[in-house]
Design a protein around this ligand. Sequence first.
Ligand code: ZN
Length: 187
Amino acid sequence: MRGLRWPGSAVLLPLFQLIALCSLCLLLLPLQGQAKIERTLCDVCGRVWDDSPARMRARVDLGHNHSRTLYACCPFCMLERMEDYKDRNIGTLQIVLHKEHKENAASMLVAERSWFLIGIEGDEEKNAEPYVAAFRNKKAAEEGQKKLGGEAIDWETLLGRVRKLTDDFEPRAPKDYPPLRPGRSAD
Ligand SMILES: [Zn+2]
C-alpha cells in the first residue's frame, strides 16, 4: 500500500499564493459596494437637492446645442440661480410635489401651474426660507393647509414674494455661499 505523498513546494507555493489572492479579493469586494453615492446639490447654497421638500430644477439653453440643468433646493435659491442666466433661455421651472418629496422619483410639477403653501414649518438643513410646499392645484393646497398650515398662494404671488426677498438679499457675498462640492451631476 502506497502512502499519500504531499505535493512538493513547486505546487504548494502557487496554491498558497492563489488562496491569498482570492482572500484579498473577497476582502475588497464590500469596498466596491461602498462606491460614493453621487448626490445632487443646490447650485446656490450647496444643500443636498435630492430630498429637499421644495426642490426645483430648470433647463437652460446655452446655445450651440448645449444646455444644462439648474438645481435649486427651493424657490429662493432658484431665483438667485436664474440671475446667473438671465440673458439665456430658461425652460420650464419645475418644483417637486411636496407629498412625494422624499421619493427618488418624485413627481416634478410645472411651477407656474402649481399652487403653494408658504410659511409652513421648514427645515433649515434642507432648504432656505421661505419654506414652501407645492401642490397640483388650489384645492390640493387648501387640503394640505389643514395639516401643514401656511398660506395658499399661486405661482405669481409666490414669485413676487420670493423676488422681493432675493432683491433684498446681499447679492453675491462670497461668505453666504458655501463652496460648491464636486460630484454634483450636471447633465
Ligand atoms: Zn439652496
